[in-house]
Design a protein around this ligand. Sequence first.
Ligand code: CA
Length: 419
Amino acid sequence: MKNYILIGIASTLLLAFSCSKKRNEPDTTNPPGTTNPPGTTNPPSSSVETNPPNSSYRPAFEGQTRVNAVRTTTAIQSRVLTSSLTAPWGIAALPDGRFLVTEKAGTMWIVSAEGQVSAAVSGIPAVNSAGQGGLLGLCVDPAFATNRMVYWSYSERLPEGNVLAVAKGRLAANDASMENVTVIYRATPAYAGTNQYGSRVIFDRNGNLVVSSGDRSDPGIRVQAQSVSSGIGKIIRITTDGQPAAGNPFVGQANARPEVYSLGHRNQHGLAFHPVTGNLWEGELGPRGGDEINLIRPGANYGWPVITYGIDYSGQPIGNAIQQQTGMEQPVYYWDPVVSPSGMTFYRGNRIPEWENNLFVAALSGMHIVRLVIADNRVTGEERLLASEGQRFRDIIQGNDNALYAITDGGRLYRIDRQ
Ligand SMILES: [Ca+2]
């Protein structure tokens, strides 16, 4: 029981800081009319972002970036349940209140609701944790209480290179091991590089798995994000046996992979279904200045690496330095400079009514939790939570007790709830 924080106070300070600093920025950082809804009198300086963008690229529509700040009015308390994890990557809630947590290096743990970390779960296949690889996203079966099935993604070393793989297994009755482990999917082709695999795994409402497969970073391979005959840079939708899910958009199309659900993605760490609309939302880490939140439609092309609001980390433009193209989807929201959006979840709890159906995003380089207010599939407000913690937030979920739970690269598990 440590590290109680009053988010409201932190947010007030952040907001005050934001308002005071923004006045000194050049006009080009926030063109008039691009950030404020019609009819509002708030100046653009009310965005939570106070730093200049990396480029002079203009958003495609009002509210696509730097929306007005919002502030949680409910008194919030966050608590560190444990600090003894090592680079945790994914967290999933078990029906009994405990959690399954993956660590990048390849270990899966059970953590109690009070933060006690068990012995490692044995039987997890070896991962190649070089670079950005490792034991990555995970989810438990909606019927876990009866079938004890777990699904996870990881970087697997094959003779021909590294590949993003999805495996499943049954958590033994004594919690000590994963039984009958089977690799159900590989996002081929394999590639020697070890960066930008994605990857989260979640269930859709029809009992299929939705998997994010990253672009693998290097210019020679990332172009495959535009090809429906490659597993690179895609959102994949498969059955729990790894077969293409019924109704996928490219089923029956020549030279297309039937498991592909959407294309043109970079490094997607965030997947979540909106609790009311049922729409699939996705977050992906962009290049310098191009982090995105997308609303995923089956068969749609999300543009990478053809269109982007970011530039390369070298400072060079990406491709032809264009941000819009016919036939390619615009992000619902983007960040420049980046916050590095990782795991994300919609809040659907009843504990904090003002958070209902808001999107919460774990930010790595941003070192905070993003709260996005969403209305009619647009972002209408942004808040930064837990910024004073100085943590790289890696994943966030809602627990069965309706609190939010977040893990950080520094090894912490937070519980976030009303006071
Ligand atoms: Ca995009």
